[in-house]
Every structure is written in C-alpha cells, then in structure tokens.
Design a protein around this ligand. Structure first.
Ligand SMILES: Nc1ncnc2c1ncn2[C@@H]1O[C@H](COP(=O)(O)OP(=O)(O)OP(=O)(O)O)[C@@H](O)[C@H]1O
Ligand SMILES: [Mg+2]
Length: 323
C-alpha cells in the first residue's frame, strides 16, 4: 500500500475556532496522515471529536489554522482561482443529511446536470441528457425519476441523487461525511455497497467519515481513529479490528457486535465512562487520560505522538513507548 502514490497529504493540520474570551476550541490539533491513490481511508470517533472539521479543512472548505494539506502535490489552501475550479472538478463530497444537502424544490435532472454545466462536460443538450441518465442509472435511479422534485424522494433515494451529483463531474476524490448515518439500517448497506462498487469502477480515492464502526470496516482500506482533535490510531482496517492498540479504539470496538460467537466471548468488553472533555482547553498530555483505565503518570503531562509500532500500524499512546 505504502508504495502507492499519495493523493492527499495532511501534515500537522490544525483548525481552531474562536470560543470567545480569547479561548480557542481546538477542533483539529496537529493531525497528520496520507491518503493513497485509490484507497478509502475511514475516520471514526465519537461525536464532536473533529471528524467533519478535519475532512472539510482537508478539502479546503474550511480555512486552516496551521499545518498543510496537499492534494496531488498542490496546497489546497493556496489555490489560484483557476486551480480551485479544476480542484472542484476533481474533489467532490457527499454529506450526512440528504434532506438538508439537496434543494427539495429542484428537479433531480437539474441537480445532477449542474456540475456538467459548470465544467462544460457535455458538448450539447443531447449529450448532457445522456450523461444525466447514465448517472441516474449508475446509482439505481431511472429516467422517470429525472423530472421529479427532490422532495418526492425517500432518504435513501436522496442520497443516491447526492451520489449522482457528486459523480457528475467524474471526480477523482470523494469526501463522504457520514453518508449513511441519516438512513434506515436496511438502506445503509445498499448505499455502502453502491459506494464500494463505484469506487472500484471509477478508481476513486475516498475519505469516509463514519460513526458506525461495523460499516466503515467494509468500505475502508485503512482507518484512522480521532479523539478530541487528535488522531490516536491509524492502521489497515482488518488490523484495527483484529488488534486495536489504543485504549480508546479498544473501547469503541468493544461496543460493536461481532458475528463470530467465540471471538465475541473472547473479546474484552470495555465501557467508556465519562464524557468527551471540552476541546476548549483540552487536557495537557494525552487527551484520553481522564477516561483511560491504563492511565499512567506521564499521560497527564506528555502528549503521546502517533508512532508506527507495527508495520503500517500507528498509535499515539504511552503504553507503547519503548521501555
Ligand atoms: N463553526 C464552528 N464554530 C465553532 N465550533 C465549531 C464549529 N464547527 C464545529 N465546532 C466544534 O468543533 C468540534 C468538532 O466538531 P466536528 O463537527 O468536526 O465533530 P465531528 O467529529 O464531526 O462530530 P459528529 O460526529 O457529531 O459529526 C466540536 O466541539 C464542535 O462543537
Ligand atoms: Mg461530523
């Protein structure tokens, strides 16, 4: 995996919000990772730990406070107007809430055609129509749906429209921010399968944010775990599930049901106690220290760095410091 070209390079990324009275809310604080071309990187973590902020800052939707993000070698925060236009044809996003992210009074056809028009991808009306219908077909909708308004569709269908809209410009990179969490469980798997199929066919690179750990495993090649603005673990997805190293990841995973009863019995159940502390004045040292049952004295003052402790498996935890 690591000899693949890097598509998105994130170095020491910080995104702070002003929390009033000269205090800073450190939503993303010194996060570094790469996404290789053609892979899907999943990011998981509890609500408020900075996943959306990280993703949006990575694709330049939010200004950064510090650090650097490069997409195909170019700094996404200093693109010229022309570069930004090209970037918008290469990088697309799918959002959590298909009700909020699509205008309910627009026709499906126009929503999907918009990107084609902006980027002048069709030579005439007939070609545009052909492209739109092909996109709808790709996501499991048909020509009859094209002329209907968005408000006539269910959540799952709306998410399909959102996917068709994102794919209309033939992007290379897709940022999916919890694209299934607003959907019924029965529909979630359909959308995941659709995204996986499209990713393969179109060789997309994806950043996939999720709450649901069992779903994210299927779609991700690697997974990063965020806690309170920090990346605390990063590894291949099956490695992470087989052998989570960070106590936070262990706790997150112990809440996920596993099909194999023997593996399920053998797995330690760890309960997460207490709430995520505030990202305004986060604890010094390890941010998980207050909730960690393995907490040692150094965890309170020394922030653990994300280090590779096994091939391709990174963790930020003093339990793995060299003795
Ligand atoms: N525009 C904003 N202004 C101020 N604070 C913000 C803003 N957006 C997010 N935050 C704060 O930044 C932190 C991270 O938020 P973010 O939305 O990135 O979390 P998340 O991991 O995506 O959570 P969720 O799983 O609920 O979507 C939170 O404490 C949030 O309150
Ligand atoms: Mg979010």
């Amino acid at each position: 995996m690591s000899n693949r070209p890097v598509e998105l390079e994130v170095k020491h990324l910080c995104k702070y919000y002003n929390a009033g009275r000269k205090r800073l809310l450190k939503a993303v604080d010194d996060v570094s990772f790469d996404i290789y071309k053609g892979e899907t990187l999943g990011i998981v973590g509890e609500s408020g730990c900075g996943k959306t902020t990280c993703g949006k800052t990575c694709i330049g939707m939010l200004e950064k406070t510090g650090g650097e993000v490069k997409f195909q070698g170019k700094d996404v925060h200093t693109l010229s107007k022309k570069e930004r236009f090209d970037f918008s044809g290469k990088v697309q996003m799918i959002f959590q809430d298909p009700y909020a992210s699509l205008d309910p009074h627009q026709k499906v056809y126009d929503i999907v055609a918009e990107g084609i028009r902006i980027h002048k991808l069709a030579k005439d009306k007939a070609e545009e129509e052909h492209m739109v219908l092909e996109l709808l077909d790709m996501v499991g909708l048909n020509a009859e749906h094209a002329m209907r308004n968005v408000h006539e569709f269910s959540g799952g269908q709306r998410q399909r429209i959102g996917i068709a809209r994102a794919l209309a410009v033939d992007p290379e990179f897709l940022f999916c921010d919890e694209p299934i969490s607003a959907l019924d469980v029965s529909i979630q798997a359909q959308i995941i399968n659709l995204l996986m199929k499209l990713q393969k066919e179109k060789h997309l690179t994806m950043l996939f944010i999720a709450h649901d750990l069992s779903m994210v495993k299927h779609i991700s090649d690697r997974i990063g775990v965020m806690y309170l603005g920090n990346m605390v673990e990063l590894s291949g997805s099956s490695d992470l599930y087989r052998k989570p190293l960070h106590p936070y990841t262990q706790a997150l995973l112990s809440a996920v049901p596993i099909a194999d009863p023997k593996a399920s019995r053998e797995r330690k159940k760890i309960m997460l106690t207490g709430d995520v502390p505030s990202p305004v004045n986060p604890p010094a040292g390890c941010r998980f220290s207050g909730r960690c049952k393995y907490c040692m004295s150094q965890c309170f003052d020394l922030k653990p760095e994300l280090k590779e402790v096994e091939a391709g498996h990174y963790v930020a935890c003093h339990l793995y410091d060299e003795k």
